[in-house]
Design a protein around this ligand. Structure first.
Ligand SMILES: Cc1ncc(C[n+]2csc(CCOP(=O)(O)OP(=O)(O)O)c2C)c(N)n1
Length: 204
């Protein structure tokens, strides 16, 4: 596996990055109409701020659904690469989704966890990643062998390019700071759904 590079083994060793910055780096590398599902919390805000794409879906309202939604899209459209961007608080509420993705060995799926150790959007209450839980370790133990912490921005891009090029499932852990997002997603769920369906070519 071409994955055996020098990615840090624990959360503590990973650089604290900025969510908008790494979201932009991800989006700038998408050239084949890849789908991107932004989870609730500030993850979807910075995805929105990184540029409207019809293949983006912005989850409003329920925690932990970026991975299940992305898995559904990946199953329905196996030729398309699908990215799930999820906060640490949200993925901790839906850990079973990681083992489901692992059991499916969903080749076209890449999960990016934005770990700021907090439920930032609701006031910055601490999550369990701030108390020692390691999402990448949990992912590996759930069967997602191709899981790694991004050491820094360059390593993040390297991992994204690997995920674009080679079969997954992938999980990339990103430690991020507590800066506010750059913009606010338009809160219109019907439009978000309709645009996304058009972006995936399943609605005119
Ligand atoms: C099932 C459920 N529980 C609680 C909430 C309230 N809530 C919305 S976002 C959020 C925090 C999300 O935290 P995280 O996923 O870490 O993202 P961040 O805010 O740090 O970007 C909470 C508690 C909710 N929307 N749904």
């Amino acid at each position: 596996m071409s994955f055996a590079t020098n990615h840090p083994v624990s959360r503590e060793q990973a650089k604290v990055m900025n969510r908008f910055d790494i979201t932009k780096r991800l989006v700038s590398r998408l050239h084949h109409d890849e789908a991107v599902i932004g989870g609730i919390g500030y993850t979807n805000f910075d995805l929105w701020a990184a540029g409207r794409r019809p293949q983006n879906f912005y989850m409003l309202g329920s925690m932990g659904l970026a991975v299940p939604i992305a898995l559904g899209v990946a199953l329905a459209q196996p030729a398309r690469k699908v990215f799930a961007l999820e906060g640490d608080g949200s993925v901790l509420m839906q850990l079973g989704s990681l083992s489901t993705v692992a059991a499916r060995q969903q080749k076209n799926l890449c999960i990016v966890i934005m770990d700021n150790g907090a439920y930032q959007i609701t006031g910055g209450q601490k999550t369990m990643t701030d108390q020692g839980a390691d999402i990448v370790g949990i992912a590996r133990a759930s069967g997602l062998r191709q899981s790694a912490w991004a050491a820094d921005e360059a390593a993040f891009v390297e991992l994204i390019e690997l995920a674009l090029r080679e079969d997954g499932p992938w999980l990339i852990g990103c430690r991020i700071d507590n800066q506010k997002p750059v913009d606010t997603t338009e809160r219109d769920p019907s439009r978000i759904r309709d645009n996304f369906m058009r972006g995936l070519g399943v609605r005119r």
